[in-house]
Write a protein that binds this ligand. Structure first.
Ligand code: ZN
Length: 77
């Protein structure tokens, strides 16, 4: 097993996911928040807009998009 660096808090951990177990629940909260926003409004011009509206920072947002954790999003990064 190799240590990985958490994409959210930067701590080292051992897991199959991108983030440590502390951040996994924060990721889930962010993703459900984003999905509920996207359910209601599909007209975002940029991920900046979505970031401001959701309060999820852009680093995390683009990480979710790249790993296909957000559905219904049509923004080119
Ligand atoms: Zn973490």
């Amino acid at each position: 097993m190799e240590f990985k660096k958490c994409a959210r808090c930067g701590c080292f951990f051992i897991s199959e996911s991108d983030v440590c177990c502390n951040c996994e629940s924060r990721d889930k909260m962010d993703i459900s928040k984003l999905n509920s926003i996207l359910d209601e409004n599909y007209n975002f011009n940029s991920i900046q807009d979505l970031s401001i509206l959701s309060g999820v920072n852009i680093n995390n947002l683009s990480r979710f998009i790249k790993s296909n954790k957000i559905s219904g999003l049509n923004i080119n990064l």
